[in-house]
Design a protein around this ligand. Structure first.
Ligand SMILES: NC(=O)c1ccc[n+]([C@@H]2O[C@H](COP(=O)([O-])OP(=O)(O)OC[C@H]3O[C@@H](n4cnc5c(N)ncnc54)[C@H](O)[C@@H]3O)[C@@H](O)[C@H]2O)c1
Length: 294
């Protein structure tokens, strides 16, 4: 299967969110044209900086218009970055989370197919790896090699989205569908709190002490847009280090002594493996909380 061309104009859904803001900024910096979309405008949609469209993705018609250039004043696009979601378990009743997130993602995939959009990059989640790891991980660093282990309705939906992507790619063999299993998204202002995590190694064992700087998450989105290889793929996207000053090997020995360690670990090496993203996408995180905290 031949590679597709780099997208020049993309829709970013969830553009007003924590990750979405960083993604829109980054893509515009690297000269990819962005139609930013969210159901929340933050004021008059015409006054939001850059091209913006207020739309609710649970309504299929709105998604079709958005992707086909049917909305007045907005051109069609050649890729979609789908980040819009209720972004964690417990923020809304389970059925609300499921209804919103599953409808939005189905509509994006189905409307992209109808519109002839052949590149979809979307936010999956670290949660499919088995968070909060009340059941210990099968090995560490965890990676994409074992099947999803969702432990919440939010995560169940992300796991189903990965399955949905595989079937859409089976139906449309030239579709590029890249799911990014983001770790816990952080902005620079979040880093002041990090030193407080050190006192109790159990406090953040729920995601194996991992995180993703929103700017590095945005870099991963750019690389996924340029991936260009048809088929469905998922990648764990985290920073290269943990949130802790204790060593990664020491953390595992203390909290998960029975979990096999599959490689020699660097001092603070992430326990959510980014080896596949490095190898296939050329992803190399540029940031660390350690650069922002004394
Ligand atoms: N925050 C994290 O730690 C984290 C970790 C892993 C994965 N993710 C995923 O990354 C994505 C972005 O997360 P975030 O932290 O930026 O969340 P966020 O809540 O800050 O942003 C999500 C945005 O999506 C919008 N949205 C939700 N439902 C919508 C709908 N039906 N139509 C239109 N817009 C809608 C919201 O208005 C919001 O602005 C989500 O898919 C989330 O599940 C987040």
């Amino acid at each position: 299967m031949t590679a597709t061309q780099d997208p020049r104009r993309v829709v970013v859904t969830g553009a007003r969110g924590k990750l979405g803001r960083a993604v829109v900024t980054h893509l515009r910096e690297v000269r990819i044209e962005v139609l930013a979309v969210d159901r929340v405008a933050g004021g008059d949609p015409r006054e939001v900086e850059g091209e913006f469209l207020q739309a609710d993705l649970t309504d299929y018609g709105q998604v079709v218009e958005m992707l086909t250039g049917g909305v007045d004043e907005h051109d069609s696009v050649d890729a979609v970055v789908h980040l819009a979601a209720i972004p964690a378990p417990g923020m809304a009743p389970n059925a609300v989370t499921y209804a919103n997130n599953s409808a939005a993602t189905y509509n994006v995939f189905a409307a992209a197919r109808a519109a002839g959009v052949r590149t979809i990059v979307w936010a999956s989640s670290e949660t499919v790896l088995g968070l909060p790891f009340d059941t210990p991980p099968p090995y560490a660093p965890v990676d994409e090699a074992y099947p999803p282990r969702p432990e919440s309705t939010y995560s169940l939906n992300k796991a189903l989205e990965e399955e949905l992507a595989r079937h859409f790619c089976r139906w449309q063999p030239d579709l590029v569908a890249v799911g990014l299993r983001f770790s816990n998204v952080m902005e620079v202002t979040d880093y002041a709190e990090f030193p407080s995590f050190d006192a109790d190694p159990h406090q953040r064992r729920w995601n194996l002490w991992s995180y993703i700087d929103a700017r590095d998450g945005a870099l991963a989105v750019e690389l996924a847009l340029r991936h260009g290889v048809p088929g469905a793929e998922v990648f764990v996207i985290a920073n290269a280090d943990t949130v802790m000053t204790r060593s990664s090997a020491g953390l595992m020995a203390e909290v998960y002594p029975d979990v096999p360690i599959t490689k020699e670990l660097g001092e603070h090496e992430t326990l959510l493996s980014i080896d596949k993203a490095r190898r296939v996408l050329g992803y190399e995180p540029r940031h660390s909380w350690r650069d922002h905290v004394n």
